[in-house]
Ligand binder design. Sequence first.
Ligand code: NDP
Length: 285
Amino acid sequence: MSAAIINGKEIASAIKIEIAEELKKIKRDTGKEAGLAVILVGDDTASAVYVRNKKKSCLEIGIRSSEYHLPKETSQEAILSLIGSLNNNSEIHGILVQLPLPHHIQSNKIIETIAPDKDVDGFHPVNVGKLVANTASLISCTPLGVITLLDKTEIPIEGKRVVIVGRSNIVGKPAALLFLHRNATITVCHSKTRNLSDYTNKADILVAAIGRPAFIKADMVKKGAVVIDVGINRDEAGLIGDVDFPSVKERASYITPVPGGVGPMTIAMLMKNTLIAFKNTLNKT
Ligand code: NDP
């Protein structure tokens, strides 16, 4: 039997409608609007597409977005100084620096300079620490999108065996913590894992965040597993995930497509984080 396809696009749209309504109500009650600053350095095509999609979502739901598109040779000092001024700007509630950055810039330094309460990507060490302690309000958007997709599809997490392939700071590691906080049992695999399929084949929920097109094949997946494909790879045919969708969908019970699965959820979670950061400032005034 073929897997049910989890429609991330539809779920993300419904979430964005809820956020838009909440923003409208806040504006009616307080006259205030949420503001998101997006910094893009250089001309990476994929990054430009992501930034465009983020701006489009802001426009749709009523978040003021300001884009700072800087040339690729911009100095680290200049970016730090821009972040400093955005940190002090009370009209800006979220600051996002699109990664990857050009090689001469230290991403860690940039991330650490963003005020933690404006860090809508959830990458700042303060927010990562809070995620470890399970007290975070700003959580990395993609893993949060993965958990939200499962919740909205009413797929139980507690007690499940979750295998995550990929251990990056922005996807694999925070995803592991989120699943752990939801009482799943977690295995995190990476490029040095031996006999990968011994692990993936035991997963009730398999999350692929690898960055290799169609890497997860049907024989690596347990029958009836839930398969979440975070990967976004580009080839001549367009976007392709880390999961070999045609074969794996015949083995899984649920599967996310690429495009239209985790990708739209990442943007919806960015909008949600911006709303949270905005509401946190209202509570302070
Ligand atoms: P990274 O390159 O930072 O991490 C990839 C991870 O995959 C690493 O931990 C690496 O292991 C592991 N890996 C690589 N090769 C293998 C292998 N042969 N076997 C097992 N593990 C392997 O990528 P990201 O986490 O940033 O992104 C992963 C994918 O998700 C990419 O396709 C990216 O485009 C996509 N993505 C999608 C988003 C969305 O919104 N849908 C958002 C963010 C990313 P090791 O640590 O040992 O090197």
